[in-house]
Structures are given as C-alpha cells and as structure tokens.
Design a protein around this ligand. Structure first.
Ligand SMILES: [Zn+2]
Length: 322
C-alpha cells in the first residue's frame, strides 16, 4: 500500500506540473509509469508555479481537501489569493495552520465557517489567530460551546469583518468566483442545516461544498434559483446517510466526490446509503481517510478553467465504514 501510495503521490505532482505547463490530455485515471523519486517537486515549487501561471493570466485554481481526520477543512487557492472553508477539529488545528504556511499563505481573503460544530470550527479559530483575514462568512445562529466563545473572542479582538451568508451573493477570489447556495432560511431545528453551502467557479469548472447541510437544506437548494451542476462535490456531512440525497446528486452530477472523514470514526461515516447513491450516479470517489495522508496530507483537485485534475486516482474501494 505504501509503495502504491508513493507512486500515486509522485504521479499527482507530475500531473500538477504538466497542467501548469499547459500540457493537456493527461488522464487522471492513468496510474501507470511511475517516476524516480528524485523527480519529486517540493510543495513550495509547486505553489510558486501556480502563482506564476496565475500572473501569466492562466486561471489555475487549486482546491486542497486537507486530511483533518473526522472533520472538514478546505483551502482554495487562485494565484496568491486564498480562502479557507472550515478548519477541522482541535487535534487538527495546528496541522491546518502548518499546511497553510507550507502553501505560502500570508493572508486569507475569506474564511468561511460552514457552521459552529467543533470538527469545523476549532481549526478556524487556529487560523484566525495566525493569519490576517479580510472577511469571515458565517451563519447567523449561536451556540454555547467553548470553541464558539473562542471564535467570537478572536473575531472581536481582531475586529474581523463578518458577513452573513445570503443566497445568490457572489464573491471573487483571484480569478475564481464563488456563490452562496445555502442556508435558504433563518431558522432550522437541525443545526447542520444552517451550514453555509457554496459553489466555486473557475472558468467552466465548478466545485460544490455544503458543510454538514442535510436533506432539508438540500431540498431548499434544489428549489432555489442557483444551478447546482458541478465537477467536484464535497460530500455533505462527511458522507452521512442524511445528506447527499438522490435528487441533490442528480442535480449536481459531480464527476468527482470528495469525502472528508476520519478512519474508523464513531459516526460510521461514510454511510452505506450515501455510498450506494454515489455509486448509482457513477461519481468517482476520493476519501481523506484513505487517501489524504499520501498526498501532502490533502486530497487536491486542480482546475485550469476547462478541466479538473485530481492529485491522485480515485479510491478503488466503494465500501462504507463499518
Ligand atoms: Zn462535521
């Protein structure tokens, strides 16, 4: 497994390098032809190339699904512009900060807090402490947890501008754009449904991230005006049975689905029901619990505006957690 993982890792780096160099037609499913280990690039060089390509007018966007165990943290990069969507739980907080530093993040244009559960918020507090942040987008409800109190304290202390999500609101991140898809109401019984959902667009490539939104919010997004079709979907609520409903998946038709969950997590994520629904639409699955640690601690997707490349092949396992 280790050798195979390393092979995928090296191929992933090569693919990113080829893409930035403007070479097309490389098939992400092709895992043959490993390179010698010496050909590995450093993360710094890779990031530098993306910034160069961006300066040359190429709209390369990189989406890093960071392996935070049970939780969620996504770094989006367009040129020298960065957005963090959630930050993982307490035990992943320092890992997220050091991951961002390795990507040469100096400041964050946006931090999106999908909702205030600890497995999304702890790492956000860590990042807010370390990096200058232009704007936080966070849902309009409160909880009484300690991590939520720390979050409120740092926002107040650093006077960080905070915006409530408004469905249809559009923002720019370098040459990429994103639109808010949810929440569509101001009050929910299930806190997960307060999750901020968004759609990232880079050229023709689209990525949907829905936090822990569940079926109720998914149905509201389906009834709304925003188009949901996308290339890459981050499985809602870590692949829980109560998210990624059939109709929602059919509206998105994602080529790739990324599941962020911890190995052997106590919630049984991803659930068999969700995995069967993914299988039914033929989306290719990436899992941070199985693939995250072999790729610079993140599953990555690179968009050049017309094509999306994954940093590795999809997982061959379609099994649910047991
Ligand atoms: Zn969660």
């Amino acid at each position: 497994m280790r050798t195979k993982g390393m092979k995928k890792f090296i191929i992933g780096l090569l693919m990113a390098a080829m893409l930035i160099g403007g070479v097309n037609g490389f098939n992400s499913d092709n895992n043959g032809g490993a390179l010698p280990v010496e050909k590995q690039q450093t993360v710094q060089e890779d990031t530098g190339s993306i910034q160069k390509a961006f300066a040359a007018g190429k709209s390369t966007m990189k989406v890093h699904y960071i392996d935070v165990g049970q939780g969620s943290a996504v770094l989006v990069q367009s040129g020298s512009h960065f957005m963090l969507v959630d930050g993982g739980d307490r035990d992943a907080s320092s890992k997220v900060v050091s991951y961002l530093k390795r990507q040469k993040v100096k400041k964050l244009d946006y931090v999106v807090v999908s909702h205030y559960d600890a497995d999304h918020l702890n790492g956000v507090v860590g990042a807010l402490n370390v990096f200058p942040v232009k704007r936080v987008i966070a849902p309009d409800y409160t909880t009484d947890s300690r991590v939520y109190q720390s979050y409120c304290n740092i926002i107040a202390q650093k006077k960080i501008a905070t915006t409530r999500p408004k469905v249809g609101a559009k923002y720019s991140l370098g040459k990429a754009k994103f639109t808010i898809l949810a929440p569509n109401r101001s009050s929910y019984t299930n806190e997960n449904d307060y999750s901020v959902a968004l759609k990232l667009v880079n050229g023709r490539n689209r990525f949907v991230i829905t936090g822990d939104a569940e079926t109720e919010s998914e149905y509201e997004m389906l009834a709304g005006k925003q188009s949901l079709s996308c290339d890459v979907y981050m499985a809602g609520h870590h692949g829980s049975a109560n998210a990624s409903s059939e109709k929602f998946l059919q509206a998105m038709k994602p080529k790739y689905t990324v599941i962020s969950c911890g190995a052997d997590n106590k919630y049984g994520h991803p659930a068999q029901g969700a995995m069967s629904r993914f299988k039914a639409i033929g989306t290719k699955i990436f899992r941070t619990d199985q693939q995250g640690t072999i790729m610079r601690q993140a599953t990555e997707a690179v968009s050049n505006g017309t094509k999306v490349r994954a940093d590795s092949g999809p997982t061959e396992s379609t099994e649910a957690a047991v």
